[in-house]
Design a protein around this ligand. Structure first.
Ligand code: BGC
Length: 700
């Protein structure tokens, strides 16, 4: 039967637009509205609805068989044989689970993000999925927000680079990408998920929108509107963002899907009293597809009653059908191919690059593989599930290599590896802590794996406190009190406040949630098979009270001055984060020298020599920052405008060259991008807090 339908589809006109129009001419109003509706598999009478042409998309199916079955109903039994678009949250892997996105962002490696998306896309495609609700490109400057785990951190430049890479990777695997959550979802007040965002158009344009624009420029075919309200207007009904900016200004041609149940939630936002009012507000604003809540079922009646012009429905249908045609769904609707095997080598490569070394006093790391007796302690040392973090699609915790397993297979046969859990992630007993202390006392070195549970980050996982949960602080203090050298490994989906540890342990390794190959990757770093190269994509605060703390803040009229009380600072804490954006150590040392700035036309070439001054090969992420001294409005004290990952052998050096174009110096003012002539400070360095400094003068 599918073969016959393919043959039939060959008879229609060939251009996508012509095929869309030809199909739309045959559609009833109810069938058109059906294309705008997405259901989840638990929807009552889903089969009948699909057969009646009332469903455009389904999501989060359990298996290839289910995908095949539902697609068969759509293609064989519905009147117009329009295939379903099957979607799923494929966030950092499908079967092969990679590090969480904030971990991938720590690599500052677009090819790593692209690789993850390509592999995940291929695996998802194999069971019939043609659309992922990823990447999440929300800028997040508040680690209390649990969804920090799902994005690329605090910076729009890095966030844009990662966004584009994910889009390319997914779409190379013939999976539609969906840049979400449009927009400013990461600016939730208090870091409380789903909460209000309120900000100037300037901040929106300069910080929160660029990754969306980058995703679209890279070809992202779908956008998900966010749950939050922005400046009082819920994003699901935000015409300014969804139509004025997205369609009219950026010329986005794909389609917009609401977030889960978000159309109906317009009633909770207090801007609609009934499902129909909610649906009308959403579609008029520019939401093409309604995820799950069914409010769009009311639209056919609204058209019949004259409340909505059919042209508004038509426009949304057109956006969706065009994507289905472009994707080849009409020609190849067959859902499932075959399951694929795990891609451990790629998961390992990305995990290696995602690990950030934050402290290494006295070069205690890397450890010798013949260390005598090593104690591995902590609730994150032996947990498979927690290696995967949140949103792990069809991933299987049994596939994960734990830190303990990774260490055991890395050290020499003579090394005695002892293990004690010490406490649970959230609980624990005095006896377990006492046992861990005894274990530590027998060892030469302790590797202490602490952090959050994989499910403590992601959606609806906001925290008010960012310290190590449960009894882990107590475990940490007890182990440090033994006097043994402690290597702290922190697994989490967000920055945690570890100031006490940072003052007392000699080494800190931060692998986030590193995925199925995490244990091997961390062990690789601990024992020197891998030279760490990750850099923080988000600042790590000293305390929750410092939040928000991000590097690209505006200057104040009273910059912090330790000798003057009446300046912008705390009386009980430094203002700077514990570890700044862009920071991460290596086992080798990189020296920066000879900053040069050359003007050609209205562009500047800014370069510096980076030398591997240590005795082993390494990778450095070289970063370029700028700051305008005097402009019409205050400009951030530093903004990332370039970065490059370079591999250097021991003693090797390279001149790293960045180009600064006028667009890198612009800002949003009075409804447009402007560049003010003037003096700009420029830095090339290893993090947002260090670097060679120079100036350039821009005149237009
Ligand atoms: C989340 C989205 C996700 C959707 C579908 C929502 O609750 O905010 O990120 O894609 O559910 O699972």
């Amino acid at each position: 039967m599918l073969v016959l339908l393919v043959a039939a589809s060959l008879a229609v006109p060939r251009s996508v637009d012509a095929r869309v129009e030809a199909l739309m001419r045959r559609m009833t109003l109810d069938e058109k509205v059906g294309q705008l509706i997405q259901y989840n598999p638990s929807q009552h009478d889903l089969d009948k609805l699909i057969a009646a042409g009332r469903v455009g998309s389904v999501y989060n199916l359990h298996s290839a068989e289910q995908a095949t079955e539902l697609q068969r109903i759509a293609v064989e039994r519905s009147r117009l044989h329009i295939p379903l678009l099957i979607g799923q949250d494929v966030i950092h892997g499908f079967r092969t689970i990679f590090p969480i996105p904030i971990g991938i962002a720590s690599s500052w490696d677009q090819s790593a993000a692209e690789l993850e998306a390509r592999v995940a896309g291929r695996e998802a495609h194999a069971i019939g999925i043609r659309w992922t609700f990823a990447p999440m490109v929300d800028i997040a400057r508040d680690p209390r927000w649990g969804r920090v785990a799902e994005g690329a951190g605090e910076d729009p430049f890095l966030g844009s680079a990662m966004a584009a890479a994910y889009v390319r990777g997914f779409q190379e695997s013939s999976i539609l990408a969906c840049a979400k959550h449009f927009a400013a979802y990461g600016a939730a007040e208090g870091g409380r998920d789903y909460n209000t965002a309120d900000m100037s158009e300037e901040r929106l344009r300069e910080v929160y929108l660029p990754p969306f624009k980058a995703a679209i420029d890279a070809g992202a075919r779908t956008i998900m509107s966010a749950f939050d309200s922005l400046n009082g207007v819920p994003m699901t009904a935000n015409h300014h963002l969804l139509t004025t900016i997205l369609r009219n200004e950026w010329h986005f041609h794909g389609f917009v899907v609401s977030d889960f149940d978000a159309v109906d939630q317009l009633r909770n936002h207090g801007i609609a009293a009934t499902p129909q009012q909610a649906a009308l507000k959403a579609i008029r604003a520019g939401v093409d597809m309604d995820m799950v809540d069914g409010d769009y079922e009311t639209l056919a009646r609204a058209v019949r009653e004259g409340l909505l012009p059919v042209s508004t429905v038509d426009a949304a249908v057109r956006h969706i059908l065009r994507e289905k045609f472009e994707l080849g769904l009409f020609d190849h609707p067959d859902a499932a191919e075959s399951e694929t095997g795990l891609d451990r080598a790629d998961a390992r490569r990305v995990a290696d690059e995602s690990i950030v070394l934050l402290k290494n006093e006295g070069a205690i790391l890397p450890l010798s593989k013949k260390i005598g007796t090593l104690a591995v302690i902590g609730p994150l040392a032996g947990s498979k599930r927690d290696m995967l973090g949140s949103w792990f699609a069809h991933g299987n915790p049994d596939d994960a290599v734990t830190l303990l397993e990774g260490i055991r297979s890395t050290v020499s046969a003579q090394t005695n590896v002892l293990y004690a859990e010490g406490c649970g992630i959230l609980d624990g007993s005095d006896q377990d802590i006492a046992k861990a202390i005894e274990t530590a006392k027998q060892a030469n070195v302790v590797v202490l794996a602490l952090g959050e549970a994989g499910g403590m980050t992601g959606e609806a996982s906001s925290r008010a406190f960012l310290d190590l949960p449960g009894r882990q602080e107590q475990l940490l203090e007890s182990i440090v009190a033994t006097g043994k050298p402690v290597i702290l490994v922190v697994m989490s989906g967000r920055p945690l406040t570890i100031s006490w540890a940072a003052d007392r342990v000699p080494a800190i390794v931060w692998p986030w949630f590193p995925g199925i190959e995490g244990g091997n990757a961390i062990a690789g770093v601990l024992f020197g098979d891998v030279n760490p190269s990750g850099k923080l994509p988000i600042s790590i605060p000293r305390s929750a009270g410092q939040i928000p703390v991000y590097y690209a803040h505006l200057p104040t009229g009273r910059p912090a001055n330790p000798n003057n009380k009446y300046t912008s600072k705390y009386i009980d804490s430094p203002s700077e984060p514990l570890y700044p954006f862009g920071f991460g150590l290596s086992y080798t040392r990189f020296d920066y020298s000879d900053l040069r700035i050359q003007k050609t036309g209205n562009r500047f070439e800014v370069s510096a020599v980076v030398r591997n001054a240590g005795s082993r090969a390494g990778v450095e992420v070289v970063q370029l920052y700028v700051h305008q001294r005097v402009a019409r409005v205050s400009r951030p004290v530093k903004e990332l405008k370039g970065f490059e990952r370079i591999a250097l052998g021991a003693g090797e050096s390279r001149r790293v060259v960045f180009t600064i174009a006028p667009k890198d110096l612009r800002y949003w003012l009075g409804g447009k991008w402007v560049v003010d002539p003037g003096t700009f400070d420029v830095w090339i360095g290893p993090s947002s807090a260090e670097g060679l400094e120079g100036t350039l003068k821009y005149s237009n």
